[in-house]
Design a protein around this ligand. Structure first.
Ligand code: SF4
Ligand code: SF4
Length: 142
């Protein structure tokens, strides 16, 4: 990303110094600030997504992945796959296992991890039932 171009910028008071390097430095400073701003925006949106869904508090919506430990092999594929970090690996008595660490981060009606789990160990609540619950909560003003 290049914001300052040497052609367009003349820095008053720095005439004796190589303008190219100053512009390069300012580009780095500005780019860092822009990247930080974008990161904060994305994080903010993610927090909002975690907190509510169409006006309904997210924690009232029964949509989160359930792991069947009879089937799960703790391969960790769901941890790598889920970009909202709903899963994590935990160690209990020296044994690693995958857990749902952040259930409300799960994107409502996403089923991505169900599809990628090689053991078919992940399920979610019924979509039809969840829609009914959301509508009910919306009518009640959540
Ligand atoms: S992808 Fe499936 S089998 Fe692998 S850790 Fe996740 S739930 Fe377990
Ligand atoms: S359904 Fe989607 S958002 Fe939810 S835990 Fe699985 S991959 Fe993550």
């Amino acid at each position: 990303m290049k914001i300052l171009a040497l052609k367009r910028v003349r820095l008053v008071g720095f005439e004796g110094i190589n303008q190219h390097y100053i512009c390069k430095y300012l580009n780095i400073v500005i780019n860092t600030a822009v990247i930080q701003h974008i990161k904060e925006k994305v994080q903010g949106e993610r927090r909002m997504a975690e907190e509510s869904y169409h006006g309904v508090p997210r924690n009232k919506i029964p949509w989160d992945p359930k792991i069947d430990y009879e089937k799960c092999t703790s391969c960790g594929k769901c941890i790598d796959f889920c970009h909202v970090k709903a899963f994590a690996s935990e160690e209990t008595s020296g044994k690693k296992r995958t857990v749902v660490k952040n259930p409300n981060a799960c994107i409502v009606f996403c089923r991505g991890c169900e599809d990628i789990c090689p053991a078919g160990a992940i399920t979610h609540h019924s979509e039809v039932e969840t829609r009914k619950i959301i509508r009910k909560l919306q009518k009640a003003g959540a």
